[in-house]
Design a protein around this ligand. Structure first.
Ligand SMILES: *Cc1c(COP(=O)(O)O)cnc(C)c1O
Length: 385
């Protein structure tokens, strides 16, 4: 992806820059790779980036939506995703959110507990409708990723313990307004090694066998969640993730029954590489033992380094001088407002324009207004090229 720094003149920093062509290429690759199997459906996980203009591009391309709040269900509908392609997960869906999703007629709730099932049953009964539900199962499969983005271990708050599945299905059988249509899983995020997905397939196969042998039950939908990672270290070498390998891993390791469909909820892998956070250097400060590049973007604009120890490549778009070693930091009054420590980048001075790469996912979406800072704006390549 290219950053047209000359066209950035006059745009107030910091801002997110999105390369629409790369986004479109990525979506086309996902769709083509998934289409090879005939029974794979892809839902974009909106929480990765809910910028309405990006959502519209994604909806237009025909992807479904994976939502984790009523706000996201509304955003998906507004962007043009049909209700029939919307799934709704989350451990704490409120009555208001459930009612909203029922009224919209979404495809499926990914229910995470028995009390939630009871709430859906009651609200569906009030409306005289039957809610389609997939059970989110906690498979106790570890994703070898940062502990703050692991979701599929027994210790995590997500899903229903897989050992309780049978009991929960008994409960659902007594509910008239819930139709159990599937099982749902999501083991974590930024997963680059396929072993974790293979382990998940193994668990799904076990559970499927159990349901079939003990109940003769085959559920039509298996939702394996998302989590495919991206190469933060080499965005230009790997601009589009290896969706071919990802889908093939599921195709080769999931044992499906005839007629079953597989659903994917991909967030990061669709939007991460097409976005960069563009920021201007306010000061370069020579400390006692360090040099600090102080930029006008802060942790409120991109919290991933502070929250997950995340690595973003940082490039200086206006200097090609020999490298020096810097800590790149923001202006926010927190010691954790640091984008990187002891990083080599070209010698930098006040006024230079830097970009933090691979910031399209969990970047703009997680921005907040701490220190009365304005939320970062978004500039699409199609706005300026
Ligand atoms: C966050 C989330 C996703 C998307 O995860 P990515 O790592 O961005 O692909 C999918 N499903 C659920 C339930 C999620 O919470």
């Amino acid at each position: 992806m290219k950053f047209p720094v000359d066209s950035f003149k006059g745009i107030e920093t910091p801002f997110y820059y999105y390369d629409v062509e790369l986004l479109e290429n990525t979506i086309a690759t996902v769709r083509n790779e998934a289409a090879r199997y005939g029974n794979f459906d892809v839902h974009y996980a909106i929480k990765a980036n809910f910028n309405p203009r990006l959502l519209e591009i994604i909806a237009k391309a025909g992807l479904g939506a994976d939502c984790v709040s009523g706000g996201e269900v509304a955003a998906a509908l507004k962007a043009g995703v049909p209700a029939s392609k919307i799934v709704f997960a989350g451990v704490g869906k409120t009555d208001k959110e459930i009612a909203q999703a029922l009224d919209a007629g979404i495809f499926c709730f990914n229910a995470e507990s028995v009390p939630e099932l009871e709430a859906i049953e009651a609200l569906a009964a009030e409306r005289g409708v039957v809610a389609q539900v997939a059970l989110r199962i906690n498979p106790n499969v570890g994703a070898h990723t940062h502990s703050n983005i692991t979701t599929g271990l027994a210790e995590n708050k997500f899903g229903i313990n897989y050992e309780l599945l049978d009991e929960v299905i008994d409960i659902i059988e007594g509910m008239e307004h819930i139709s159990l249509v599937g099982m749902h899983f999501h083991i974590g995020s930024q997963i680059l090694v396929m072993d974790d997905f293979i382990a998940l397939c193994g668990r799904i196969n076990e559970l499927q066998e159990l349901l079939f042998e003990t109940r003769g039950l085959v559920l039509p939908h298996i939702n394996v969640g998302g989590g495919l990672g991206v190469r933060y270290d080499a965005p230009d070498r790997y601009p589009v993730p290896d969706f071919d390998l990802y889908f093939a891993t599921y195709a080769n390791n999931l044992k499906l029954y005839p007629g079953q469909r597989v659903h994917f909820e991909l967030g990061r892998s669709i939007v991460a590489q097409c976005g960069g956070l563009v920021t201007r250097v306010t000061y370069v400060k020579h400390g006692g033992c360090k040099q600090f590049v102080i930029v006008d973007a802060g942790m409120n604009d991109l919290i991933r380094p502070a929250l997950y120890d995340a690595y973003h490549r940082i490039e200086n778009l206006t200097s090609s001088k020999p490298d020096e070693v810097y800590d790149v930091v923001g202006p926010v009054c927190e010691s954790s407002d640091v984008f990187c420590r002891d990083r080599k980048i070209p010698a930098t001075e006040r006024g230079d324009i830097l970009v933090m790469r691979t910031a399209g996912a969990y970047g703009e979406a997680m921005a907040f207004g701490y220190n009365c800072r304005a939320l970062p704006k978004a500039v699409l390549s199609t706005d300026i090229l």
